[in-house]
Design a protein around this ligand. Structure first.
Ligand SMILES: [Zn+2]
Length: 171
């Protein structure tokens, strides 16, 4: 697809969205939001929290970055949702076949990727990319637990399976 065609596709997609979205819902969310969960997950095009959790506008506070890593802006985003939007549930959602985890596991050295890959590598040494994915999620959960202190806050790690569409919360 040419770039022009892609822009057209995006414009048409937005027109379709505007045609189908509930005006009442848009109106109710114009001045405020009250999401019930934060999802920190990967930018991967196959991992879309609103679809995975059957959620609508205003329901999930989503932070997406390759490898669902936790650098300062992501940490600040979680903090904002917890402190200012009173969200009490945070999910760090890794996924199978993650390109960022693969890049970290294979010692990719592209400089612009290093801030992401060094975070993933810091979670542990293992031959298994599946295990590294879990370690990365668990490390993010630990960092969040140490950094954000809020009385009723629950932080969960989970892995989304690209093949089945299921989220495993028991990692
Ligand atoms: Zn990924």
């Amino acid at each position: 697809m040419e770039n022009f065609d892609i822009l057209e596709k995006l414009k048409q997609g937005n027109e379709t969205y505007v045609k189908n979205v509930s005006p009442e819902l848009l109106q109710s969310l114009t001045e405020k939001q009250n999401p019930y969960a934060v999802i920190l997950t990967c930018s991967d095009s196959r991992v879309i929290p609103e679809k995975i959790f059957s959620a609508d506008l205003g329901e999930l506070f989503v932070i997406r970055v390759a490898g669902n890593t936790l650098n300062e802006p992501q940490l600040g985003s979680v903090f904002y949702a917890v402190e200012h939007l009173n969200v009490e549930t945070v999910v760090v959602l890794g996924h199978t076949n993650c390109g960022a985890v693969h890049a970290a596991a294979t010692n990719c050295e592209e400089s612009l990727l290093l801030p992401i890959l060094s975070e993933i590598s810091a979670s542990g040494k293992t031959e298994s990319e599946t295990e590294l994915c879990c370690l990365n999620v668990q490390r993010c959960c630990d960092i969040l637990r140490k950094a954000i202190h809020s009385e009723n806050l629950n932080i969960y790690g989970a892995i989304y399976d690209l093949k089945t569409g299921k989220v495993n919360f028991n990692i």
